[in-house]
Design a binder for this molecule. Structure first.
Ligand code: SAM
Length: 236
């Protein structure tokens, strides 16, 4: 049985969940491995820990931002460094990405960040208390271009509802993508989802200052490629 087919048993129910990622192979560099060894004990959170208490985890009460699929964590660390008044949680399944994120956090002396190396869908369900997040960010999620793979896209009604429950009322769900079809898919799903209001005057917002421009994105801009940002607020 493949990992994807394995039945999971939350609350005694058999469900088969299609994953939004394929676990990539890849080894950590020496620097990433060292950062993991040194910083995981203070910055790492595990799914096995179960539901967390934000104030306990960060040693203070502050607004919480959660990022799903942070890749190598470059922009997440930059944001955590720029917004020191907030607590940041990153969730990523790719081990070397988590190592790279901890290494960047060390280089920038970032203390207001905690990370999970786990599936964000499970972390949301089992570890994040309801109404505890001020902002959720999902930047450049895997677009799953082929039609037969669209079911793998992370932005689906159940995922949106899971996010809604974890946001505080008025909290923001911010998405960005460079794939126009995915942007349209996000917009359709968010407009149909109950309990959210679009903060844009019309459909999309300009990139907010708090989302750093990545190298890849800057290159895309020079080549005339688009990026679409969506920010929805929890209204119910
Ligand atoms: C296309 S990359 C974008 C990375 C980063 N956000 C950026 O903008 O460079 C998408 C990332 O999402 C991660 N990912 C996909 N599904 C995930 C899930 N269910 N939980 C956690 N991470 C996930 C992948 O491992 C990958 O690193």
């Amino acid at each position: 049985m493949t990992e994807e087919q394995k039945p999971e048993l939350p609350e005694g129910k058999h469900i088969r969940r299609i994953k939004s990622y394929v676990k990539r192979e890849g080894r950590m560099t020496k620097g990433q491995a060292r950062a993991m060894e040194e910083y995981w004990p203070t910055m790492g959170l595990t799914h096995e820990q179960g539901m967390i208490d934000m104030a306990e985890v960060f040693g203070r009460s502050a607004p919480v931002v959660l990022e799903i699929g942070f890749g190598m964590g470059k922009s997440l660390v930059e944001m955590a460094a720029a917004e020191q008044d907030k607590n940041f949680i990153g969730v990523e399944v790719h081990g070397p990405g988590v190592g790279a994120c901890l290494l960047s956090a060390e280089e920038q002396n970032v203390k207001n960040l905690r990370v999970y190396e786990h599936d964000a869908v499970e972390v949301l369900a089992d570890c994040i208390p309801d109404e505890s997040l001020d902002r959720v960010q999902l930047y450049f999620p895997d677009p799953w271009h082929k039609k037969r793979h669209h079911k793998r896209r992370i932005v689906q009604p159940e995922f949106i509802e899971a996010i809604r429950k974890k946001l505080k009322p008025g909290g923001l769900f911010h998405m960005a993508t460079d794939w126009e079809h995915y942007a349209e898919h996000m917009l359709v799903e968010m407009n149909e989802a109950p309990g959210f209001t679009n903060t844009a005057e019309q459909d999309f917002v300009p990139r907010p200052d708090f989302r750093p421009l990545t190298k890849f994105e800057a290159r895309g801009q020079r080549l005339g490629h688009g990026v679409w940002d969506l920010i929805f607020a929890r209204s119910e």
